[in-house]
Design a protein around this ligand. Structure first.
Ligand SMILES: [Fe+2]
Ligand SMILES: [Fe+2]
Length: 477
């Protein structure tokens, strides 16, 4: 009786609408979300409580429009006259739809879509757009600091939406298998409602645009020494004679002496002295010589940062280069030499920022979501995006640009196997093992799809120790 009476205002409105031959949407939301729904309601809409729900009669809207209007609130919608002609029937229909919609959370997609919409067009002539919209670490860091609230709504999300949110968070931080999750908490929706993601996204992009413009004008940063360019170009040709490769290297005395020094170091462990570049090319092979020449050229670009930091970053880069080259084939990635280059350059964005006086947290630690979000707040772009931006200016292959950009977010990579390889090699280089707490969910999922057998903790730690010793020998040369 009481319920019937409470529906009276809606019945009255429906009568008017039917007399005018108009339409009306009935939006049912859980009562815990009444505050948010009432804020989204227009003045002429009518809202009443019905059992555990709030029902809002919205004039002149179809289901899609009404759904967009109550964007981040879980809801069921029925529309007069298409779905029924009396209030009771329409509300039952909306409730039924609400029940079925509990498995999906359109607000997740709406949020992401609106974040993306705000991004500048990727077809911008200056080509900066794609480095500005690639991710929004501040959003993920925000999620990471509200895992309790996120977990409480996990049960109402469609698997695809949940995956999307989990991708950058550590494995298991949202889904807790076996734990029944069947309640909707208003807290998370309220949190999302209050977090000014649009403004923050806009601020990030404005700042990012300025940063990239500023860096674009630093001439010497964007030109690789021409000898290295020649070496890389020659190496692309598998049939090139060692003597031709050697001639190019020998044009540069610094490159030549450095190369011979390294070739004769303990890293390679040759007993006989190697005294010519041609001999080195024959013994090491083109790929290895190119890696070396490339490393030496890149190292020269680091001379403007504090020696201690440069040393840390350089050692880390070499470690990740060698570990990626080993790990790639194990994880089904056939990148070969490209993996070395990618590993060597993966944190190049950090070098560039350090050269320009931007600060960084602890260089001995894996970049956390909070750390990446802090870079974004300071400069508008993360070191991953900055590195990719420079790599593109150097005309490095698209696989390298993509790998640099997504080494902290493998799920967004064009080639996830490559990005996972560098992501995991990065973590091994920092922690000496595969720390599942540090690897993000997307990468962990990839590893757990039957790829863990060949990378047992013993194998990984032995490989890490071995590679570290070899890299130290290389640095001592
Ligand atoms: Fe990184
Ligand atoms: Fe790194």
């Amino acid at each position: 009786m009481e319920i019937k009476e409470s529906l009276a205002p809606l019945e009255l409105e429906l009568k008017k609408v039917s007399a005018l031959q108009g339409s009306m949407a009935f939006v049912v939301v859980p009562f815990e979300q009444a505050d948010m729904a009432l804020r989204a309601r227009r003045e002429m809409d009518t809202a009443v409580r019905y059992k555990d729900h709030l029902v809002i009669g919205v004039f002149g809207m179809g289901a899609d429009e009404a759904s967009a209007h109550f964007l981040s609130i879980p809801k069921g919608i029925a529309v007069y006259p298409g779905d029924g002609t009396d209030v009771q029937a329409l509300i039952s229909e909306a409730l039924e739809r609400f029940k079925h919609s509990r498995g999906s959370s359109p607000w997740v997609k709406s949020l992401w879509e609106s974040i993306r919409e705000k991004g500048p067009s990727t077809s911008e002539a200056d080509g900066e757009g794609k480095f500005l919209v690639s991710t929004f670490y501040q959003f993920y860091a925000f999620l990471g600091s509200h895992l309790g609230e996120l977990r409480a709504v996990e049960g109402v999300m469609a698997p695809a939406d949940r995956r999307w949110l989990e991708d950058l968070l550590p494995l298991g931080s949202v889904s807790s298998p076996g734990e029944p999750q069947d309640r909707v908490s208003g807290d998370f929706f309220t949190l999302m409602d209050q977090w000014p993601y649009r403004e923050m996204m806009e601020a990030k992009q404005e700042l990012g645009k300025k940063t990239l413009r500023r860096f674009r004008n630093i001439e010497n940063l964007f030109t690789l020494p021409s000898i290295s360019q020649e070496v890389i170009a020659l190496a692309g040709d598998d049939l090139v004679a060692a003597s031709r490769m050697a001639k190019v290297i020998e044009k540069d005395p610094v490159l030549t002496s450095r190369l011979l020094k390294v070739v004769n170091s303990a890293f390679y462990g040759f007993r006989r002295q190697i005294d010519s570049v041609e001999h080195a090319v024959v013994i090491l092979g083109n790929d290895e010589v190119v890696n070396l020449a490339f490393s030496i050229a890149i190292h020269q670009i680091m001379d403007r940062i504090a020696p201690r930091k440069a040393q840390l970053l350089w050692e880390h880069s070499l470690l990740v280069a060698h570990l990626s080259q080993w790990l790639g084939p194990v994880l089904g990635c056939s990148g070969g030499n490209m993996l070395y280059t990618l590993g060597l350059l993966h944190d190049f964005g950090k070098i560039i920022f350090l050269q320009r006086g931007c600060g960084f947290g602890d260089l001995t630690q894996v970049s956390s979501l909070e750390g990446l979000a802090a870079e974004e707040r300071e400069t508008g772009v993360s070191h991953a995006e900055m590195g990719a931006f420079v790599a593109e200016r150097w005309n490095l292959p698209e696989t390298i640009v993509d790998g640099l950009q997504s080494h902290h977010q493998p799920s967004k990579a064009a080639d996830p196997a490559t990005a996972v390889t560098v992501h995991v090699a990065d973590i091994i280089a920092h922690t000496g093992g595969i720390d599942m707490g540090a690897i993000n969910t997307a990468a962990a999922r990839y590893l757990l799809e039957g790829r863990m057998d060949s990378i047992s903790p013993e194998i990984v730690s032995r490989r890490f120790e071995d590679t570290r010793t070899r890299v130290k020998n290389l640095l001592d040369a």
